[in-house]
Design a binder for this molecule. Structure first.
Ligand code: HEC
Length: 206
């Protein structure tokens, strides 16, 4: 007898448990820990516009359901707002994107180097130069790097033709490439390219 009651109770319990497993289409199934699925804070990408959604679990006294998650004062009830038209993304340093194309060297040469001129910056420019430029241009910039004889026409950066070039010019050549030198813009971050440009000027004075 006791065993039968036990089995019946187990069956009822299992039926309850399984009833919550039904899901499909618009039916998400039963939620046992609703607060864990739906953030109370606004989320930019989920939209639950029904103010009564989840009233049964509501712990707030603003008359809205727990799942309500959209900003009714924004257009389309979006939680995030579109940026103002023509907004341009800046990087973490506040710099605008570099837009000069490969054939705009004359303009690019006038761009000022935005990084500081401290010894630490020059030192890190040296390290970066050794990683990205040494093998062609050589440690002193003489165009005598280890692979220089395999690459045609590596420039001697200390030659008279290059002594007068600006940091903007060097930055542009690293970024977009020039003639026989390939672009390095995709391999080296913008900040690091400016550091290298700073270092090349230091190198030329040695
Ligand atoms: C694969 C070899 C190679 C690497 C790596 C390389 N360069 Fe060059 N670089 C060249 C060659 C070749 C030229 C000559 C391009 C030409 O005039 O056709 C050149 C030219 C230059 C010039 C002169 C551009 C001008 O106005 O004529 C500068 C400045 C320069 N490189 C800087 C760098 C810096 C800085 C790096 C490191 C980020 C670097 N290069 C990496 C091969 C290389």
């Amino acid at each position: 007898m006791q065993k039968t009651i036990y089995i019946i109770l187990l069956g009822v319990f299992a039926a309850f448990l399984l009833a919550g497993c039904k899901a499909g289409g618009d039916n998400q199934g039963r939620e046992y820990a609703a607060n864990m699925y739906h953030s109370v804070a606004y989320e930019p990408l989920t939209q639950i516009t029904d103010e009564s959604a989840g009233t049964w679990v509501n712990s707030l006294d603003n008359g809205r359901g727990e799942y309500f998650n959209s900003n009714k004062y924004n257009p389309n009830r979006m939680n995030m707002r579109d940026p103002v038209p023509n907004t341009v993304r800046r990087n973490k340093n506040g710099w605008l994107p570099y837009r000069y194309g490969i054939d705009s060297l004359a303009y690019a040469a006038n761009v000022k180097n935005p990084v500081d001129s401290t010894a630490a910056i020059v030192a890190s420019g040296k390290v970066l130069y050794e990683v990205y430029c040494n093998h062609c241009h050589g440690p002193k910039g003489l165009g005598d790097g280890k692979v220089a004889d395999k690459v045609a026409g590596v420039a001697n950066l200390t030659g008279p033709a290059y002594l007068g070039i600006s940091e903007g010019h060097i930055f542009h050549v690293i970024t977009r490439g020039k003639g026989l030198m390939m672009a390095h813009g995709s391999q080296i971050s913008e900040e690091d390219r400016w550091k290298i440009a700073r270092y090349v000027k230091v190198l030329q004075k040695k």
